[in-house]
Design a protein around this ligand. Structure first.
Ligand code: VGL
Ligand code: ZN
Length: 207
């Protein structure tokens, strides 16, 4: 347990949004995201904030015609994988559509320094909070640097996609990263296991 303020360290809450939770009947709800989960996330965010850590959040924020939505690809069903510009794209149920209630960040926004939106370009998916698949920069790196941040404490949704991609990019950019594992939930057990291994391989510390 992180129990005192550390300089140059921020909390990054990844995609804790209605559509990823069972609590809000989300379109892409993952296991273990009930009221108790949200209570834990909220309590830990408040605790870290009150210790003095600045808290940032990412927000999946898609237009209704986003390329990752199964509804954009005739004849496909959710979770089909297609080739998109040479990379595998999972076709998701429409989720986190801009300005819909289930796109909101469920953590009390008053605790947050800033929310960084991603996935707005209809042509590219963006699991990472730093760059989308078209290599467009979200501004998160610059924002953290403005605040003098060198180290991140991360948790959120989903372990196997957005937490993984954001943590990996953070490591590539030189941030120290700790992942609070019991506050993360994954889409599927196998990909979640792989994600934990891959993150650990690049030096993400599991706490
Ligand atoms: C996510 C799938 C599609 C995530 C976002 O936040 O992990 N997963 N879009
Ligand atoms: Zn998405």
């Amino acid at each position: 347990m992180i129990d005192r303020k550390e300089e140059n360290t921020a909390v990054l809450v990844v995609d804790v949004q209605g559509d990823f939770t069972q609590l809000m009947n989300g379109s892409l709800a993952v296991e273990g995201t009930d009221q108790a989960y949200l209570d834990q996330v909220t309590a830990e965010t408040r605790r870290l904030k009150s210790l003095g850590f600045p808290v940032f959040a990412t927000q999946d924020w898609h237009p209704a015609d986003h390329i990752s939505f199964v509804t954009m690809h005739k004849g496909h069903v959710p979770f089909d994988v297609i080739d998109l510009n040479g990379t595998d794209q999972i076709l998701w149920p429409p989720h986190c559509i801009q300005n819909t209630p289930n796109a909101e960040v469920l953590v009390d926004n008053g605790l947050l320094e800033a929310i960084v939106k991603k996935g707005m370009d209809p042509r590219y998916d963006s699991y990472s909070g730093f760059f989308d698949d078209g290599n467009h920069d979200t501004g998160l790196d610059a924002l953290l640097k403005t605040h003098g941040i060198t180290d991140l404490i991360m948790f959120g949704l989903t372990t196997d996609y957005c937490a993984r991609a954001t943590a990996m990019d953070a490591r590539s950019l030189g941030y120290g990263v700790r992942l609070i594992r019991n506050l993360c939930r994954g889409v599927a057990p196998d990909t979640t296991g792989t994600a934990i291994e891959k993150m650990a391989d690049v030096g993400v510390v599991m706490v």
